[in-house]
Design a binder for this molecule. Sequence first.
Ligand code: SF4
Ligand code: SF4
Length: 318
Amino acid sequence: MPDLKSWNLWHGRRKYSEGCENCYMYYLDAVRSVPARSSEIRRTGDFSKPLKRDRHGMFKIPAGYCLRINMTSDTFLEEADEWRNEMWQIIRRRPDVRFYILTKRVPRIAECLPADWGSGYENVELNITCENQRAFDERWPIFEAIPAKHKGMNLAPLLGAIDIKPALQSGQIESVCLGGEGIGGRRPCHYEWVRQISQDCMHFSVNFTFNATGAVFVKDGKRYLIDGQVLQAKQAYLSGLSCFFSSPTYKLYHPVDGHLLSEDELMHPVYNAERCITCSSLETCIGCVDCGSCTNVSLVSMNDIKQMRKDKGLVRQG
Ligand code: SF4
Ligand code: SF4
């Protein structure tokens, strides 16, 4: 099935820090018997994905959509230096689409931004991953100095307690996502670590998504083994630790005449009644694109999902 939520221009990663030890991409490559080595960085055939059109001449990726870039690699790898300008050119040609970039290689961001970056592109969200306090202390001060219209943090796989208050109080961070280790490895994630980060995000009114417990979740000294991504996501939702304040505002522009797009001109997300109903990412997600991962897809609106949550008593703890 085509991956409709990601735009992977290059594939392959060199391990960088503690969080990479059981990299999910290495694991998935092995499961799928990908012939090339996972540590080999190679250009994919997906470069033109945002520019592809359907038989009516319309872009296949609609206005308002969010594409996650290089989720099987790292956008700022040295090996990709010769390809990155082409990526920025395509991003500039789709000012109506949001692009999400996630990296651990924070020291490389500044030198890899395009010449006209200025205070950032309206349609690009820069995110950094921090898996523990050491990574946060090293990466946040560098990230703080980088201009961007949208910034976020991803704490996954969370390997210990982290005090992220310096980032939250800077006012720069729009959203924080957190997950335990669930694919490729089983290092435990502790409820108390997540609760502290949740409380800190609430204090600073920053959106916080606890999107997966990981395979081993420890609460009150007891270890819970939670197998499968769907169950890990459901348990994270039911913990009630996520908090949502408001959606960041993206100024998106028509790719031809340049006018500022109104809400009516953006795609209207739909959700999978079977799965999205217990997903913590609902409020910040572009919705179900029927990617083929779920066997039972019935698409409904956000309001329908909220009503279904009430009807089924799927009220979160906390
Ligand atoms: S809301 Fe639905 S489509 Fe979005 S991440 Fe959750 S399960 Fe996936
Ligand atoms: S809800 Fe299921 S089918 Fe829809 S995008 Fe998510 S994984 Fe794919």
